[in-house]
Design a protein around this ligand. Structure first.
Ligand SMILES: [Zn+2]
Ligand SMILES: [Zn+2]
Length: 67
């Protein structure tokens, strides 16, 4: 699939990919080949995983200690 336009992340390089998650055009530098997502989404996915697991920790540690 060819993409026309500039990378929307660095706005410098020619975009080579279109993120299937957010639609952002990304150059090779801002494309995560492994995930098939732009760098921003790749970062969100990687952090998001942690955050979802961490969410229960939003409860104070004290609350957990009661159990
Ligand atoms: Zn870029
Ligand atoms: Zn994206």
């Amino acid at each position: 699939m060819s993409v026309t336009g500039l990378c929307q992340i660095c706005e410098t390089n020619e975009a080579e990919h279109s993120c299937s998650n957010c639609g952002t055009l990304a150059c090779a530098d801002h494309w995560d080949e492994a995930l098939g997502l732009c760098a921003e989404c790749a970062a969100t996915v990687e952090r998001g995983d942690d955050r979802e697991r961490v969410q229960p920790d939003d409860l104070d540690d004290d609350d957990v200690m009661r159990f």
